[in-house]
Design a protein around this ligand. Structure first.
Ligand code: FPP
Length: 228
């Protein structure tokens, strides 16, 4: 059985490019093509939501030319693939603070979200300008404001708090590519009971076969959620 919600830390684009003597941006370009491959595979396998860490709140610290390329990538990606995503009934969403991106980047993302909003297949959620601590902080502030304004009681439950986050669902499987085994401020709340799968494969080389391996690993796990 496929997990319902899968999240991926897409790591290793830079190393993939370096191995080939190419600029880091070439790794990101190939990495964007991998998003298409993996989204289509996830849909085939019955995964309902795929969350991809495409740009972290820390990524602004990268050299200006790399940041500027990463800001252009959503445009290049959707130009190439939006029609196919529509045909396949895939719904695009995002998690993160979009408003910090250049207006053109915001426009292409909002356009893809609007265009696909009635699709009923896989939800492809791009985590962009996303940081988990920031996500929780924003959620807490919003809740505190609502209580202060008398809009709601001071009666927060875990389930209710989830609704203040960009991503409300628990995640079943988290994959990180490229051999790194860190969370890097990704979905800290949502990963509380998640199975983790780490692979040495670099993100641009990740594909359907590798996704199947991760799902097989997941299916071999005995998830107990704290029970016995
Ligand atoms: C990590 O690899 C990757 C990123 C910081 C960017 C991920 C972005 C994409 C895969 C494309 C995004 C596309 C769209 C459409 C939103 P790294 O650069 O840290 O690699 P390294 O650790 O080998 O240097």
């Amino acid at each position: 059985m496929a997990p319902k919600t899968v999240a991926i830390i897409m790591d290793g684009n830079g190393r993939w490019a370096k191995k080939r003597g190419l600029p880091r941006t070439a790794g990101h370009k190939k990495g964007a093509d991998t998003i298409r491959t993996v989204a289509l595979a996830a849909q085939d396998m019955g995964i309902q939501k795929l969350i991809l860490y495409a740009f972290s709140t820390e990524n602004w610290k990268r050299p200006e030319d790399e940041v500027s390329y990463l800001c252009k990538l959503p445009g290049l990606f959707f130009n190439k693939f939006i029609n196919e995503l529509m045909e396949k009934n895939i719904r695009v969403t995002f998690a993160g603070e979009l408003e910090k991106f250049p207006q053109t980047t915001q426009n292409v993302i909002n356009k893809a979200v609007n265009m696909t909003k009635d699709n009923t297949g896989l939800e492809l959620c791009l985590a962009i300008n996303y940081g988990s601590r920031r996500e929780m902080l924003l959620g807490m502030k919003k809740y505190a404001d609502e209580v202060a304004q008398g809009k709601r009681e001071n009666d927060l439950t875990e389930e209710e708090f989830s609704k203040y986050l960009f991503v409300p669902e628990d995640i079943d499987l988290m994959i990180r590519t490229s051999g790194e085994e860190r969370l890097s401020n990704f979905m800290l709340w949502q990963l509380a009971y998640t199975e983790f799968y780490f692979t040495d494969v670099l993100w641009p080389d990740f594909n359907k076969k590798e996704l199947i391996k991760a799902i097989e690993y997941y299916n071999g796990r005995d998830r107990r959620f704290g029970g016995i």
